[in-house]
Design a protein around this ligand. Structure first.
Ligand code: UD1
Length: 426
């Protein structure tokens, strides 16, 4: 078990260049199975979920070579069509392999995808949409799904019952290989969906409308190997901004479209920070660490305030001089980090779909446990705001979305390092 050891309080100062996006690179890895020849990706973050994806490629008999921040993928020699349960259980993103396997082999079986415990995470929209393209379910239950499509997939006009990011990516990928035209309505508009569409277009697909609620794909065009640069990770950018807001300091976040950060920056301005955009991909934030409560904040699908940023904002507002209620209706267990906030001395509680934080108080060091990826990062922020040496255990959750969270914050002046084992138990 890995842990993060944080000596606080910190004041953060400096600039950060945003790495490639986890939520973009993972569906692109899976979609690369449909490309003939070699796909070379740049700006690939070195995350445990990316390593897990590379293991899935290897288990399928495909090549996935990670070198620095590049990945070279080739699926020409694919030999297997099943993802071993041990690998699908490692991450939610194993679901992205359902469509490519179905298309490549006519069948696809997936045992329950793993991932953070944010509440129930069904894959019914992925499956229902694939069935609208001609797939049939041959087994379902216990989170597992097996589909067949012996005659391949065909174009369709399909409306998602909810703009699921993952299901949009599954159906977008599938539509590229389906015969005829597919119209997907009510789709997710997140930047990572747009990035997947751009990758698929670079590989030869005919796609229009990504970034809106309706995507049209003229399918059946062969996809070829290509070279592509993964988009920046707006959630990592938000992590740095929230940390600086809560700790106090001046930071510049470079490389992420400022427009993608605007929902967060608007809230941080209301809380008392000075947040500006210095250019189309550069945001600057300064904070004296004394923030105001925001009342009710509601997460939403893009371009709303993202669910992934909710625990990070919650951490920034722990010492605010008024209360904030952050309501997330996308995941029922988004705020498991509330218990760790409370252990650090904060007035914080999760209630139903809401996180309630604030009411000025001093935070003190404690040993806390990461409940999930963004909740773990939020606890690191809270520990940087706390007096004394804190330990954030179960850092393996944080590794899923941050290359090295200690290395991200150390150049900004944080006293933070990674440790092995369980220092709290000693
Ligand atoms: C993706 C992101 C995750 C982010 C989330 C919402 C990746 C790898 N992960 O997750 O970081 O928090 O979008 O922005 O991109 N749902 C169903 N049936 C389905 C699919 C989803 O009921 O078939 C529900 C989910 O249970 C959840 C909601 O829809 O309550 C949103 O899920 P979705 O947008 O699909 O999120 P993910 O793709 O899992």
């Amino acid at each position: 078990m890995r842990s993060i050891i944080v000596s606080g309080p910190s004041r953060l100062s400096g600039s950060v260049c945003v790495p490639g996006a986890k939520n973009s690179v993972l569906p692109i890895f899976a979609a690369s199975l449909l490309c003939a020849g070699t796909v070379t990706l740049h700006n690939v973050p070195r995350l445990s979920d990316v390593s897990a994806a590379a293991e899935i490629h290897a288990a399928l008999g495909c090549t996935a070579v990670l070198a620095g921040h590049a990945a070279v993928l080739c699926a020409d020699g694919m030999t297997a069509c099943d993802i071993p349960h041990t690998l699908s259980a490692k991450m939610r993103s194993s679901v992205f392999y359902l469509a490519p396997l179905l298309i490549r082999t006519g069948r696809a079986a997936l045992s329950a995808p793993g991932g953070c415990n944010l509440g129930p995470r069904p894959i019914d929209i992925h499956v229902d949409g694939l069935c609208a393209m001609g797939a049939q379910v041959v087994q379902e239950g216990g989170g597992a799904s097996a589909l067949v499509a012996p005659d391949g997939l065909h174009g369709t006009d399909y409306t998602l019952r909810f703009p699921s990011v993952g299901a949009t990516e599954t159906l977008l990928t599938a539509a590229c290989a389906a015969r005829g035209t597919t119209v997907l309505r009510g789709v997710a508009e997140e930047p990572e969906v747009v990035d997947l569409a751009r990758f698929l277009r670079a590989a030869g697909a005919d796609i229009a409308g990504e970034g809106t609620s309706r995507i049209t794909v003229r399918g059946g065009r062969p996809l070829f190997g290509t070279e592509y640069t993964v988009c920046p990770d707006r959630i990592v950018a938000a992590t740095v901004l929230c940390a600086a807001a809560g700790c106090g300091g001046e930071v510049i976040v470079d490389g992420c479209p400022a427009a993608q950060l605007e929902p967060l920056l608007t809230l941080l301005r209301r809380a008392g920070c000075v947040a500006t955009t210095l250019g189309p991909r550069t945001a600057a934030l300064s904070s004296d660490g004394v923030l105001h409560g925001l009342g009710l904040v509601q997460t939403g699908v893009y371009p709303g305030f993202p669910t992934d940023m909710a625990p990070l904002l919650g951490a920034a507002l722990l010492r605010a001089d008024g209360m904030t209620v952050i309501r997330d209706t996308i995941f029922s267990n988004r705020f498991a980090c509330a218990a760790g906030f409370a252990e650090l001395g904060a007035n914080a509680a999760a209630s139903g779909e809401s996180l309630i934080v604030g009411g000025a108080c001093a935070l003190r060091a404690a040993c806390v446990s990461s409940p999930d990826l963004r909740g773990g990062a939020a606890l690191v922020i809270a520990a940087m705001m706390s007096e004394g040496e804190s330990v954030v255990e179960d850092a393996q959750y944080i590794d899923r979305g941050y290359e090295d969270i200690a290395a991200l914050f150390a150049p900004l002046g944080a006293q933070i390092e990674t440790g092995c084992g369980c220092p709290c138990a000693v």
